[in-house]
Design a protein around this ligand. Sequence first.
Ligand code: F6P
Ligand code: MG
Length: 505
Amino acid sequence: MNGDNPPPPPPSSSAPSRVTLHLGHLPSKKDIKAPWPRTPTRVDPNNPPWPAYRGYHEYSFAHATMQSRLPTILGKAIEDAIRTLNTESSEERVVDLAECIDRMGDLMTDLSGNAKLRPIVDDDEADVALWNKEIAKFFQGKDFMNAPWLFAEAYKYRRLHESFSVSKFWRDYDVFYRQKCDTFSRSTDAVFELSLRFADPFKISDTLSPSEKVEAERLMFLELTQVCLWGNSTDLSLLINMTEEQIKALQSTGGDSLAATEKNILGNDMNRLWDHVKTLREKTGGRVDFILDNAGFELYCDCVYADFLLQSGLATQIRFHGKRYPWFVSDVTKKDWEWLLNTMVYGQLFPNASDVELESLRRLGRRWKQYEKEGKWVYEQHPFWCTGYTFWDLHSEAPDLFLHLSRSDLVLFKGDLNHRKLTYDCAAPASTPFEVAIGPMASSAGAPVIASLRTIKSDVVVGLGPEGDEVAERLDKAEPGWKISGKYAVVLLSEGRPGEKVRFA
Ligand code: F6P
Ligand code: MG
């Protein structure tokens, strides 16, 4: 043995200890802000394109919603189910419903105790896999307050549905149904204002020159776009305690009032929308898709608008996309759709209406039912619409739906929640162009032309133009609450990537 050489160190399984260099003579680290938005390929629910709203953000509507609005809405839903329970006679059905009410009670405990979000029980709904994949990938250990607001709020409505969907007799029970029917019946003035004008197919006077006819049609289009837009301001989740007078004021569809309300459309692409729509007739009429929002009065306004698009020859088919189960209180389900058309033709909702008014409503309803029979109007309900995914994920999580929408000539997204989903529900600056804010829905190959018709009822606001940040700042100071009042609106257009539209034979 050579005594000059020390023996080699014993082999070690642990990693070599780290060497720490002292960099005291280098320049200090700079406070570098990552550029917003994050590139779409790096976006996921935990890495949103801009900071996402969350329930614990006390300054935001997210907080008010998660803290108090959702428990109130759930409390009212429980009251509704109890009201039904008290009218039931069959023991089997009563016991089954009482169990649904217990599950709603558990949800209330989870919501008010800010529990962690658990997976959805397999209740045979087509969206269970989508829900649980998203929870497993992004929300393990997250609770109602620290998950992004959009997901947490949607999750609450999915859990509410689960309270019923695992039952034997009450799978399709709608705790909001009574309220939805009720607001339509309380919208008397605005309902007849429109039915009296549109009961018979409209006709533009033959005495006008071709250019005057186009102008008359343009003006009509712009007014009806506003009717369709402002129909969104009366959604039940916000306006539960409104008086009839307040509803009337919101729903006023008279010409003066529309002119006055146009100045409240802070991002206004209505003229660009017309420029697009008027090209559809040249293709012997286009296909227009409505991604619906609320039932009752808003749906009625959507149908008046859709009727105009058909009658004017601008569209040949309208596809309406609704929800598969009760969602965000007032959203349209198949049952709400059928109820509206049938109540217009056969119902007795308006005891004080004149015979002329009632007849106008019946005629309108009969025409709309006929459109359905002829396939000119089609009602659809894809499972993706009731998930917590934003529409940035529509092409990856529901490719069939994305391809389907790619074939449309115009996709109209109605309302606040759809707008939140289009924009990832983030704190993007108000000057952010709409096409940037909706990411892949504007930039993916095959992205259709999209318009968002939304009265502003929550924090996210984009598309206000180059001066948008100053406009938002001014309103923040002058009218705190302007983002949730429903007084302001946007009509925003994205031109899509029509060159790459997927076409089928
Ligand atoms: O609870 C808040 C919210 O999700 C907001 O998006 C909006 O205030 C309301 O519910 C739903 O509005 P809309 O029916 O227009 O989507
Ligand atoms: Mg809604």
